[in-house]
Design a protein around this ligand. Structure first.
Ligand code: HEM
Length: 131
């Protein structure tokens, strides 16, 4: 039986497994590896902080994801297909590794943030949607 997500170590396991899948994915992998040329030693700890803040309410993440993705949108496709792929990989990873209340909650949070981000990035009034 799988366990639920209950601490930072679980989040690290989830996030690192997810980004391994992301890097191997043909649709969105190149956005990270070739376009943004992500420094993983920097990006992964930031994402551990982000999800720990979202899931457990610990204010460890400092940053503005909307600004980062607005800048990225100038260089990469950030449309429905890319967001669908991101969500599919995220949900798959959660379901492979965990089950329980927090596993369900992190998928719901990911879904709503991804949908809002996609909406803001593609909205005609995007300038006023930056935060
Ligand atoms: C098509 C979907 C997405 C793509 C291609 C994408 C791509 C990226 C890339 C390349 C970066 C790193 C930028 C850099 O370090 O230079 C990044 C940062 C980040 N992404 Fe995404 N992302 C996507 C969706 C999401 C979603 C749905 C979330 C949240 C649920 C998210 C949360 C973040 C956060 C928190 C950061 C760090 C921002 C910062 O503080 O600098 N991303 N993303």
């Amino acid at each position: 039986m799988k366990i639920d997500i209950s601490n930072r170590a679980d989040i690290i396991f989830l996030v690192d497994t997810f980004y391994t899948k992301v890097q191997q994915n043909n649709k969105i992998g190149p956005i990270f590896t070739e376009i943004a040329k992500v420094d993983w030693s920097h990006h992964l700890p930031k994402m551990h902080d982000f999800w720990e803040s979202i899931l457990f309410g610990k204010a460890v993440y400092k940053g503005n994801p909307m600004l980062t993705h607005f800048a990225l949108r100038e260089k990469a496709n950030m449309h429905q297909e890319e967001f669908n792929t991101w969500k599919k990989l995220f949900f798959e990873t959660v379901d492979e590794l965990f089950e329980g209340e927090y596993a369900e909650m992190i998928k719901q949070k990911a879904q709503s943030i991804a949908d809002l981000m996609h909406y803001k990035l593609n909205s005609p009034n995007q300038r006023i949607n930056i935060v």
